[in-house]
Design a protein around this ligand. Structure first.
Ligand SMILES: Nc1ncnc2c1ncn2[C@@H]1O[C@H](COP(=O)(O)OP(=O)(O)OP(=O)(O)O)[C@@H](O)[C@H]1O
Ligand SMILES: [Mg+2]
Length: 175
């Protein structure tokens, strides 16, 4: 199964993706980590490293799926072509696809978390609140079936909801 954890910068994707990775003992592949590694290697950030990072993660995810392993992708997935990449990959590999979209419904908490958060991705700039607002305004509505998760809820609550969704216990109709 290909599990894609998506949502705005700072919404709580990596937190849930890693909690799920621990619970399911499967690989978690982060697009930001792949892009930062390219920059550390000297690839210019002015090049298409963002797109390249999605392709790198897609290639690694394909190998996991070919092995019959579940894999979790951690990426914003704003533009529609990013989302289409995962639909196409799952179809190609004959794997199930589950989108889990994380948001934080309380802007005060969202902004405060973003300010305090320290990521350990060497060379990757921290997103700003202004950047989040800009991305939010551009974020196309989701059309795929998905689980929507609000990171105002506790990590435990969200992990449980995600595990239930993945096990099929919850309706997969988009909501
Ligand atoms: N359910 C939660 N309860 C409490 N804190 C949370 C929760 N989810 C996320 N956080 C906190 O919010 C901050 C942002 O979370 P995280 O780094 O997972 O976001 P992200 O969507 O991966 O961001 P980015 O796109 O910038 O990588 C972190 O400090 C994290 O600890
Ligand atoms: Mg992250």
């Amino acid at each position: 199964m290909l599990i894609v954890v998506a949502g705005l910068p700072g919404s709580g994707k990596s937190t849930l993706a890693l909690d799920l990775g621990r619970a399911l003992s499967c690989a978690v592949l982060g697009v930001d980590q792949a892009e930062a590694a390219m920059w550390r290697a000297g690839v210019s950030p002015s090049g298409p490293t963002h797109h390249a990072a999605y392709l790198v993660v897609g290639a690694l995810a394909a190998e996991q799926l070919a092995l019959g392993h579940d894999v979790i992708v951690d990426a914003v997935n704003g533009p529609e072509p990013a989302r289409a990449q995962w639909r196409d990959l799952a179809a190609q590999m004959g794997a199930g696809l589950r989108f889990i979209v994380v948001d934080c419904s309380d802007d005060r908490i969202f902004r405060d978390r973003l300010k305090r958060r320290v990521r350990h991705i060497e060379g990757y700039p921290e997103p700003t609140w202004e950047g989040v607002l800009r991305r939010r305004a551009e974020f196309p509505p989701w059309t795929d079936a998905r689980l929507s998760v609000d990171s105002v809820n506790s990590r435990e609550t969200n992990l449980q909801a995600a595990l239930e969704y993945l096990s099929g216990a919850q309706s997969r109709a988009g909501h």
